[in-house]
Design a protein around this ligand. Sequence first.
Ligand code: MN
Length: 159
Amino acid sequence: MGTRMASRDNWIHRKARDYRWEGVAELPYKEDDRALFKAITRQVLFADPQLHGELRYFEVAPGGFSTLERHQHMHAVMILRGRGHCLVGEEVRAVGTRDLVTVPAMTWHQFRATSGEPLGFLCMVNATRDKPELPSAEDMAKLERDAKIAAFLRNEPSA
Ligand code: MN
């Protein structure tokens, strides 16, 4: 067991075991039935109200992907495990362990585990945040007009 203070909510040290943490539940990625995603789990590592922010760990299994979405709040992401690709706005990037990814406000984004290995990433967000917007058919058509984005969305990124 790690070292903790008086209550379960006041951990000062929680031991890692691979990519799971003591006292941290592995949760379904989302409860939103509208969202399209595949093979991804969520762990909330830090969410103390005094922080005004949260640090979460998401892990996408090989071939899986996060929801394609956009929202007013930002994401500050560090890849913690494996390799894959992400879409941020009009950019498709190959990402690997310890890379940093910034997702600005109202920017379409998605993470895909394209390398036959899990893709795990830390994501920092505001504690109070707006609900994600999902792409309409029109938004999808617009995104798919870009060949590199279309390839990414088919899970076949070129680089
Ligand atoms: Mn998001």
